[in-house]
Design a binder for this molecule. Structure first.
Ligand SMILES: Cc1ncc(C[n+]2csc(CCOP(=O)(O)OP(=O)(O)O)c2C)c(N)n1
Ligand SMILES: [Mg+2]
Length: 305
């Protein structure tokens, strides 16, 4: 991540990025309070990536991973649906049976907790889009660690060979659970993409406006030609892998906190930030309160199991 200065965001973009930040903070609190069954992986520090990409990929099909709350919220702006899903309350986007890691919307979103599973499936969907002339792309969010899965390379091969509209978004936060990337990844993701004749672009900035300007034409060309592309983001995982399981040193965590886009944005655009931050906090407080008062989901598959 570079420390280059950030440009002023549209109010809507800032609101969304802060809504994601507050959702993730609320989830860690709710987990600690025993309100969540299963697990959560938060995207603290990475919020700006899906916020930047969402308007560039409207109408496309999003494949997300275990760290997908921000992806879902940025692409569908459905705070109640995801929070109800994770809390297992009425109004949940998948009846409360998917939880944090397995979200699904027929109109364009699916996530999985299985690393490396999504890209082959996404390539199949992209083949369908290409054959039917749907004019849609698939967008696949992957972590750096998931480049250790062999299925990723079979999928890249076919996506390139068959010229499929696949936008691979790599959130390279330098770590996979507890393994630093330099201990598990030989070479670079860029070189791996190029080995399949796939264009790769790396973004080291946290500036949403700059990311959009750079990624927009590439995503359009992936959809139009069509062809696969890889967009890699150098980013920071500020929180634990999941809950309370951060293996990094205090020094490393404070170094990363210095890079936090939010902290830097707050210093640069004080009054805009203060208003948006207060609004996001009160929105989360209100929605969490409302949802915790709702009955639990009791959905069963039609016909029973
Ligand atoms: C096939 C498979 N192996 C292992 C795991 C356990 N696991 C969950 S997340 C994770 C690390 C993923 O790292 P990365 O892809 O860099 O994403 P990040 O968590 O950093 O966002 C692992 C090993 C899993 N979910 N699926
Ligand atoms: Mg990672």
């Amino acid at each position: 991540v570079t420390l280059a200065s950030l440009t002023r965001l549209a109010d809507g973009d800032l609101a969304m990025a802060l809504r994601i930040r507050q959702l993730e903070r609320s989830l860690l609190d709710l987990y600690a309070a025993g309100q969540i069954a299963g697990t959560v992986h938060t995207c603290l520090g990475q919020e700006y990536i899906p916020v930047a990409l969402a308007p560039l990929t409207a109408g496309d099909f999003i494949f997300s991973n275990h760290r997908g709350h921000g992806h879902y919220l940025a692409h569908f702006d459905d705070l109640e649906g995801i929070l109800a899903e994770i809390l297992g309350r009425h109004g949940a986007v998948c009846h409360g049976v998917g939880g944090s890691q397995h979200l699904f919307r027929e109109d364009g979103f699916i996530s999985t907790g299985v690393q490396g599973e999504s890209l082959p499936v996404a390539v199949g969907v992209a083949l369908h889009f290409r054959r039917t002339g749907a004019g849609r792309a698939v967008v696949v969010y992957l972590g750096d660690g998931s480049w250790g899965e062999g299925a990723v390379y079979e999928a890249l091969n076919l996506a390139s060979l068959w010229r499929l509209p696949v936008v691979v978004v790599v959130e390279h936060n330098g770590i996979a659970q507890s393994t630093p990337t330099e201990l598990q990844l030989a070479g670079t993701i860029g070189a791996r993409a190029r080995a399949f004749d796939i264009e790769h672009r790396e973004f080291r900035t946290c500036d949403i406006n700059e990311i959009r300007a750079g990624a927009g034409p590439l995503i359009d060309s992936a959809r139009r030609e069509p062809r696969p592309i890889v967009l890699e983001f150098a980013t920071t995982r500020l929180g634990p892998h999941s809950k309370g399981d951060d293996t990094r040193s205090v020094q490393e965590l404070s170094r990363l906190a210095e890079l936090d886009w939010l902290r830097r944005y707050a210093a640069a655009f004080e009054s805009q930030f203060a208003a948006a931050d207060a609004a996001a906090r009160s929105q989360l407080e209100r929605v969490v309160g409302e949802l915790c008062a709702r009955p639990r989901t009791d959905w069963r598959p039609p016909g029973g199991v």
